[in-house]
Design a protein around this ligand. Sequence first.
Ligand SMILES: Cc1ncc(C[n+]2csc(CCOP(=O)(O)OP(=O)(O)O)c2C)c(N)n1
Ligand SMILES: CC(=O)[C@@H](O)[C@H](O)COP(=O)(O)O
Ligand SMILES: [Mg+2]
Length: 636
Amino acid sequence: MLEIIKDPSDVKTLSRDELQQLVDETRQFLIEQIMAVGGHFGSNLGVVELTVALHYVFDSPRDRILWDVGHQAYAHKALTGRQAQFPTLRQYGGMAGFPKRNESPHDFFGVGHASTSISAALGMAVARDLRGENHHVVAVIGDGAMTGGMAFEALNHAGDLKKRLIVILNDNEMSIAPNVGAVSQYLTKLRTDPHYGRMKSEIETLLKKIPAIGHKLAGAAERAKDSLKYFMVQGALFEEFGFKYFGPINGHDLSSVLSILEQAKELTSPVLIHVVTQKGKGYPSAETAPDKLHSVGGAVTKPKKATPSYTQVFADALTELARTDERIVAITAAMPSGTGLNRFAAEFPERCFDVGIAEQHAATFCAGLSTAGMRPVFAVYSTFLQRAYDQVIHDICIQNLPVVFAIDRAGLVGPDGETHQGVFDVAFLRTVPNMTIMMPKDEGELRHMLFTSLTLQGPVAVRYPREDGRGVALDQSFMRLPIGVSEIVREGSDVALLALGPMVAVAENAALMLNQRGISALVINLRFVKPLDEAMLLRLAHSDMPIVTLEEASAAGGVGGAILEFYATHDLSVRVHPIGIADHFVEHGSREELLHHVGLTADHVAREAETLLHRPQSEAQTRVEKRNISPRLVKK
Ligand SMILES: Cc1ncc(C[n+]2csc(CCOP(=O)(O)OP(=O)(O)O)c2C)c(N)n1
Ligand SMILES: CC(=O)[C@@H](O)[C@H](O)COP(=O)(O)O
Ligand SMILES: [Mg+2]
């Protein structure tokens, strides 16, 4: 059945029995494909009935179906002409793991970060009405994504505008970890407390039985919203936001889902359909441990190295430090396992806070904690910290509060692609006064950086990659690193390679290659993006060596740029060639492929260094002076 579905219009030709067969085959197809190549697993298995029903009832691409986060859109991809691309899922040059506008006319909104769907859907609904069009807009949002503030900002606006809009709340009680928060508890009540559902109609029936005045009383009760509605109407929270609430519906009962979607289609006001599903449905170990099978590596994934990851080393170091410093508290925005904080929480449950998908709140919550004498450590993926930029500036840095940002997934993350690459944090943090920014060359140095950051009296960011460590022996004790001081890793006299974080290893390899060509390269582990090691930079300026900088971050605004700014403001003419990520979004692929793609490999660095070294300085300078453009552009 699945094989004959080339387009969603094919779904519409099926009978009810055939639709159920399509559900079963799609689920089986997803299990096989994801297990082979890796990808998000549990969330996709949970929404198969819902996806089939959506494509049966609605008319994509005329009607617009939006997937929040988009990690659960694989069935949607399979039903919209992309089955053959599954073997390339999330691989370099292959099909993306999230909906992408340039991948299919059925993907209306590019996603990867949570809680955007209702805002985007509302924008589409408003545009539809302004343009006099007539189609449906449907946002599918999970209970985890619903903990994000943006979702509520959108509900607030949508309820006010009263546009025709359908929101499907896919409630599986899970974020990546078990879902948290008062809204989650409210959903549990809706799901599990039969009185929530029945009370209103029971009271109405009772009142109507009272002779003569019963019907009037029932009508009055219906109107007395303030006194009754909160307690009696199922989904009252959403109704107060101006949405008609339907649910809870069993999301694995195809007939129920089809029938509720057909009803919702007839309404002209905002509707919220509460669908209850099971993450991992149809795959027993994903059903019982949905957090572990949120995503899987796939059979093609290379075996993990025996060395601990940066994440593990961070989490263990933080736990160790917290044993002797009771002020340390750890905060995550719905990523306890991804950031390793579940290890911390196991020992200090009362000092670890999962705030839900709420990075903005997490940052300001940290600010509050730090004003009251605690030492908050916000463990957050680089890409998700983007959400909290104003909080970093306004709530933390202006007040110079000692909050530690443990920035995981800094640099290229791999298969999640451009929505998740952690390449902007250097640029967006280094412009903010009071901020100290470091990146360790290996997991051993990460321990010392974390320790050092907890001794500072202002905001600090320690960034580290989504990678296994280099396998160095970890010091038992912690060392306070001198602030703004770099480290010489290898002496050299012809060219200087200034590297940040894991790029130090790349620079070391490039130096070995250069050595074989008779070029002596100095390798420096920068350690700090801010403050820069100005004394070292001045020494280098006097050495006359050309400099190559390497960083796994956006070249614009990066540490290479900071070094250029330093020399320019000191009126020093030093040849600096920054290598970082150029001005484009980096798609999905393995980290190795992506590093190769952006030129952050030893081979490429060695070639660039050699070219720089052999390019006559005077010529380059003259050309630049004449045309007032950068040497890099001149070279092209
Ligand atoms: C802003 C943001 N923060 C964190 C994440 C990481 N993340 C991806 S999926 C997910 C859980 C989403 O839960 P839910 O919406 O309920 O979907 P489910 O996985 O349960 O289907 C999280 C926290 C993200 N994508 N975006
Ligand atoms: C969809 C999403 O944002 C997360 O599931 C993310 O893919 C996790 O990434 P890691 O695999 O790096 O933890
Ligand atoms: Mg969920």
